[in-house]
Design a protein around this ligand. Sequence first.
Ligand code: SF4
Ligand code: SF4
Ligand code: FES
Length: 275
Amino acid sequence: MTQTLKPDLVETGAAEEEKPPAERPDPLGRATFRIWRGDRSGGGFVDYATDVAPGMVVLDAIHQIQAEQANDLAVRWNCKAGRCGSCSAEVNGEPKLMCMTRLNELPLEEPVTVEPMRAFPPVKDLVTDVSWNFRVKTRIRPFKPRPPDDPDGTWRMAQADVDRVQEFRKCIECFLCQDVCHVLRDHHLNDEFIGPRYLVHVAALEMHPLDTEDRVEDLRRAHGIGYCNITKCCTKVCPEHITITDNAIIPLKERVVDEFYDPLGRLLKVFSRRS
Ligand code: SF4
Ligand code: SF4
Ligand code: FES
C-alpha cells in the first residue's frame, strides 16, 4: 500500500518519518537592525546585530532577533506572503510590508531602521493600533444593488464594468497608504478625511455596475475628499500596485465636481430627475 503513494506522502495513521532539524542557511554576514522599542508612553531605537542569509526578508530578521535576543519584541504578522496586510512598518523610513522586503534590496552596511507606522498610535514596539480604519469603514454607505434583472434573481453586467472595479478589490488593508498620506500623518485630520484606502473602497462601490447608492455628497462633506491634493504618495507605496489616485480618487473628485460645481450638469440632473 505504502509503495503506491508518492514519496512525500505518508499513509494515514502511519508515523511521519523523523526529519532532521531544519538547518539555517550559511550566513552571508551580520547586519544591524535598529528597531523601535516602546509603547504609547514613549520609546526609542535599540540596535540588534544578527546573521543574515540569502533569501531573508526583514520579517525573518525580526523573528530571528525575537527568538535569540529579544523575546518580548512585539510584531504583528500572519501570512508571511504579502496577503494579510498585518506586517506593515517603516523600513529605513519607507512604509513597507516587512514580509515582502528582501534584505538584499537594502544597504546592509548601515543599520536597517525598523519602526511602527507613524500615522497610528503605537501599542508596543512594531505593533500599532489601526482600529480607527475599521471605524471609518462603518461610516461608508454599504453596497446597495438594483433589483435583479431577471426573474431567476440574476443580473447582467458588461465585462468592462466588472473589470473596472476589480483592481480595487486587490486591497489587503495593510494601511501603508493611510500611513504615508500627509493629511493623516502630518495634519491628523482623521475626523475629516477617510484616507486613500477608504477612497478606494468608495470607488469600488460607486463604480460597481449594480450599485444604486449615491455617496457623492458624503465624499464632499463626511469623507473630506477635498483634502487630497493628488500627491500620489499613497499610490507609490501600495504593495498591490493599485492606482489609487488616478483610478479611484480622481474619478471620485470628478463626480463631486460634476455634482456640486458644474451648474449646467446640475440643471440637467434636476430636469432629468423631474422627467
Ligand atoms: S494623493 Fe491624496 S490620498 Fe494619496 S497620499 Fe496624497 S493627499 Fe493622501
Ligand atoms: S490600497 Fe494598497 S496600500 Fe492602501 S491599504 Fe489597500 S493594499 Fe494597502
Ligand atoms: S505577514 Fe501577511 S502581509 Fe506580511
